[in-house]
Design a protein around this ligand. Structure first.
Ligand code: NAD
Length: 256
């Protein structure tokens, strides 16, 4: 799908990988709507990027919030062609903690709620708009890109909830791509390794260094712009469908 004048929703678009994606899509002359719960940062970014950007306070886990957000995007930009899901939370706990306490179930539910159910909530509501689009010359009406993680394959200690949520993102690819194939809508996922975002900045230096040590080449942390360029490639390359791309400089995570 050509980017020029297409309309994108980017969840988690106020920060990190989502922010870089918003910038890349707008640099490609698309329109982008930021769906995020970080109100100030989203509005600031949209203000910086000008009239092709808009920021909405949307909680991906909330049906009414996303429905309202989708409606406002269609009112302002006329359609939705691209949906990139980057909203996510990393909360970690061990299955049985240091003092014998079991993994807090509410925490497990929260991670699944944001990372998995939030992603599906946005995809289904965005896709319901995409099916109304006029197909392009290739018969394409829309494209969805979801964010998984290397933890979907190599979950580390404490990542039971996070890994399960990210593995489930991979599980969405094929059935949803099949559901939407007649409408000409593609679904793909990116499974990033370690990227330099506010989420990762909270890690202690030692933990960051240990993760960088798992890369083959290049031996460094990934930059959000590199993630954004892959999103753009997936959008523009119409033959890419129902696939998960590991994007991690060959990194395979250690046990801890
Ligand atoms: N940075 C990495 O190394 C890395 C690696 C693998 C996967 N990921 C995944 O990439 C995605 C983006 O991560 P990031 O590093 O850019 O993190 P980040 O914390 O910089 O950005 C995440 C954004 O999601 C938003 N968000 C959280 N809950 C939300 C909700 N309920 N509704 C709407 N927005 C919500 C946050 O406000 C934030 O702006 C996440 O899904 C994360 O799990 C990141």
């Amino acid at each position: 799908m050509k980017l020029q004048d297409r309309v994108a929703i980017v969840t988690g678009g106020a920060s990190g990988l989502g922010e870089a994606t918003v910038r890349e899509l707008i640099a490609g002359h698309a329109y982008a709507a930021i769906f995020d719960i970080q109100t100030d940062r989203g509005a600031q970014l949209a203000g910086e990027l000008g009239e092709r950007a808009m920021a909405l306070v949307v909680d991906v886990t909330d049906e009414d919030s996303v429905t309202g957000g989708v409606r406002r995007v269609v009112e302002r930009f006329g359609a939705i062609h691209i949906c990139v899901n980057c909203a996510g939370v990393p909360f970690a706990a061990k299955t049985v903690g240091r003092n014998g306490e079991p993994f807090p179930l509410a925490l497990f539910r929260r991670v699944i709620d944001v990372n998995l159910i939030g992603t599906f909530n946005v995809m289904r509501l965005a896709a319901a708009e995409m099916v109304k689009n006029q197909p392009d010359a290739d018969g394409e009406r829309g494209v969805i890109v979801n964010t998984s993680s290397g933890a979907a394959f190599d979950g580390q200690v404490g990542q039971a909830a996070y890994s399960a949520s990210k593995a489930a993102i991979i599980g969405l690819n094929l059935p949803v791509a099949r559901d939407l194939s007649e409408a000409g809508i593609r679904v793909n996922a990116i499974a990033p390794g370690l990227f330099d975002t506010p989420l990762v900045a909270t890690l202690p230096e030692k933990a960051r260094a240990a993760l960088i040590d798992t890369t083959l080449f290049p031996r460094r942390i990934g930059q959000p712009e590199e993630f954004a360029r892959l999103v753009r490639h997936i959008v523009e390359n119409s033959y890419m469908n129902a696939e998960t791309i590991r994007f991690d400089a060959g990194a395979r995570m250690n046990q801890r």
